[in-house]
Design a protein around this ligand. Structure first.
Ligand code: SF4
Length: 673
């Protein structure tokens, strides 16, 4: 390593650029001042990246039934067992479950392998748990999965509304940018809509602690006011306006449980308004409707795709967006093409020169594991994620995986899946592999390798290609990750010729670049011209009928500032655990008194799906009946039990995204036996 290496943080969807320098004791990681996502800033997780490298706990060699094996033996076995399974039970008896941690090259290889050569779309990822409802909402409203705006819109807006988003802890660098803009522009206003008083509320001019799940009622109230006040300047460019307004007028704003009038006045009075939303909206069994309830308001007023205006889904995973671009989920085709469209399928099949192409959407995450449980999926390949922790009904998922005929696990460390797997394939981790990621504002950046892979570990794209070649599939002989990306860029040009607006074939610069790259729209926002990707070019308003809210003790789930998901990496840095060292349960004083809980006691939290034991934190940050627990701790790093096991597998009917944000629970003082 001579000068600093430019790379990208592997945690959240902000996609911050980092500089990696070699030091006497290892490497040092700092923020890249030239990266347009962060301009040199990092949060606590990104700043501790160098402390999370190292070999402790890493998988170093392929394992077959727990026995060390060479790559050729392991890949040949996987290829033979997959071929046998397909021959005996058909393509849909095979499934891949991947991760938003995968690089774009990994996603591309996995989707080409499954959809083009195995001939099944049974490939889904943990992005299904993260932003599938935003994808579905975008497609319904805009005719494509397109984020209209840019991060700078939050700085240019006069009003920023954060809905179901603890930006301060979950997307900290965007929060830093917003806080700086808020300090520099005294007229700017920030509103936080969240049942819980989070750290993000410290920045807010107004916090609306709405009833959990009442978001659609809130946004219907805004839409009814937009109509009543004559602010629907774009109604002639939209379809579905009358039906959406009728539904909005019929819904009950009192369901929000708070007075909305001040907020509605703010929203209606601010031309430059950005509405940011995250898991509080997406992780719901009506998440797609909630997304559309928000986009309805921006569409009606035309506050979209122009500086300082628009709805903005901030993604969780570092490459959730890149995965979407290569068709990384069961209902997508590469390059934003439509798997249900025969012309699109034919174009991709022709480009891949593949013998078959999946003709219908595959199984989404929850259904995929149900099919494993039912024995319909007989060979499961899990890449870079641990569904025995992160899926809802996690214990049931673990039991399903334990019964599967063939389990293949690619990962960097041991997990609940690798412990069960017939074949374990050690993957290269951050710093050991090169490729691309796309952040929440559509900016494509590079992750660069600067370390030798640990042991025999290989990048995921190369592992997939090795299996594909051994199955006799042509077109997987890429010499390196750049060749994978080059093929993907070429396909994006073909997709562009099919009428899509996603064409990055002209992308040559190694610097972070926004898509679209087409000459007319290069690096810009979408839809500010009032032209959408729907067949008639109109934006679509959706009539949203708010769902009835669940009652009783509902556990709210979320994240803490200094840990990432299941702590595979952040758990290695002692200073990150100094912020919050153990799992906890925030509970309102009234609930605590009624249940007999004192601060710092242990509480047992149960649901029909599982059990967790958590340290009690009595606080008015949460409302009565709305306790909160973080998701990070697992049975690997804590005896607490998994919060994921408490959550039932209810899904949004449009997107298939599970309602991971909440669960009906019973809480009692913990009595050790
Ligand atoms: Fe990494 Fe996200 Fe923090 Fe940026 S905000 S440094 S991408 S974790």
């Amino acid at each position: 390593m001579t000068g600093p290496i430019r790379s990208t943080c592997p945690y959240c969807g902000v996609g911050c650029g980092v500089l990696v320098r070699k030091t006497d004791t290892g490497v040092a990681v700092s923020g890249d001042p030239d990266h347009p996502a962060n301009f040199g800033r990092l949060c606590s997780k990104g700043a501790a990246l160098a402390e999370t490298l190292g070999s402790e706990g890493r998988l170093s060699e392929p394992l077959i039934a727990g026995r060390r094996a060479g790559w050729d033996e392991a890949l040949s076995l996987v290829a033979r067992r997959l071929s046998d399974t397909i021959a005996a039970h058909g393509p849909d008896s095979v499934a891949i479950y991947g991760s938003g941690q995968m690089l774009t090259e990994d996603y591309y290889a996995a989707n080409k392998f499954m959809k083009g050569f195995v001939g099944s779309a049974n490939i889904d990822t943990n992005s299904r748990l993260c932003m599938a409802s935003s994808v579905a909402g975008h497609v319904r409203a805009f005719g494509s999965d397109t984020v209209p705006g840019l991060y700078e819109d939050l700085e240019l807006a006069n009003l920023v509304v954060l809905v179901g988003s603890n930006l301060a802890w979950c997307h900290p660098v965007i929060h830093q940018r917003l806080a700086a803009a808020r300090a520099a522009r005294p007229g700017m206003r920030v509103v936080v809509i969240d049942p819980r008083r989070t750290a993000t509320c410290d920045l807010a001019d107004l916090h609306l602690p709405i009833a959990p799940g009442s978001d659609a009622a809130v946004w219907n109230a805004v839409l009814a006011a937009i109509d009543a006040r004559g602010l629907a300047h774009w109604r002639d460019r939209l379809s579905g306006y009358a039906e959406a307004v009728e539904a909005a007028r019929a819904s009950d704003p009192a369901a929000a449980g708070v007075d909305l009038s001040g907020f509605i006045d703010l929203w209606c009075g601010a031309e430059r308004v950005v509405t940011v939303y995250s898991q509080g909206i997406n992780q719901s069994d009506s998440g797609t409707d909630k997304v559309n309830a928000i986009t309805n308001c921006h569409l009606a007023t035309g506050r979209i795709g122009r500086p300082g205006m628009g709805p903005f889904s901030i993604t969780g995973q570092p490459n959730a967006m890149g995965g979407r671009e290569v068709g990384g989920m069961a209902n997508m085709l590469a390059c934003h093409l439509d798997i249900a469209n025969p012309r699109h399928r034919a174009a991709v099949q022709s480009f891949w020169n593949s013998p078959a192409i999946a003709a219908a959407p595959g199984l989404k995450a929850v259904d995929l594991f149900r099919a494993v449980e039912a024995g319909r999926v007989k060979a499961l390949w899990v890449i870079g994620t641990n569904p025995t922790v992160s899926m809802p009904d996690a214990d049931r998922v673990a039991r399903a995986i334990a019964t599967c005929d063939l389990v293949i696990a690619s990962d960097i460390v041991e997990t609940g899946v690798t412990r069960r797997a017939d074949v374990v394939l050690p993957a290269a981790g951050w710093g050991e592999r090169s490729g691309h990621v796309t952040n929440s504002e559509r900016r494509i950046s590079r992750q660069q390798g600067f370390l030798a892979p640990h042991g025999a570990a290989m990048p995921d794209w190369k592992i997939i290609a090795g299996v594909a070649q051994r199955m006799g599939f042509a077109g997987f002989d890429w010499p390196d990750a750049d060749a994978v990306f080059a093929e993907y860029k070429t396909l994006s040009g073909i997709a562009g010729a099919q009428g899509g607006d996603f064409d990055i074939s002209a992308l040559t610069d190694e610097a972070p670049a926004l898509w679209p790259q087409s000459p007319l729209r290069r690096g810009g926002r979408f839809f500010g011209d009032g032209v959408f990707h729907t067949p008639d070019g109109r934006g679509r308003m959706i009539a949203v009928i708010p769902q009835r809210q669940e009652v009783g003790m509902r556990l709210n789930t979320g994240r803490v500032r200094d840990h990432w998901h299941t702590m595979t990496r952040t758990g290695r840095a002692a200073r990150l655990s100094a912020h919050i060292a153990e799992p906890f349960l925030e509970i309102h004083p009234e609930d605590a008194a009624r249940i007999g809980l004192q601060p710092a006691m242990l509480a047992e939290v149960t649901s029909p799906g599982g059990r967790a034991v958590l340290r009690v934190l009595v606080t008015q940050r949460v409302a009565p009946g709305q306790p909160f627990a973080p998701i990070h701790w697992t049975d690997r790093n804590s005896a607490a039990g998994r919060v994921g096991a408490l959550i039932a597998a209810r899904v949004d009917p449009v997107s298939g995204q599970p309602a991971l944000k909440e669960a009906g629970v019973v809480i009692r003082p913990y009595a050790a036996v």
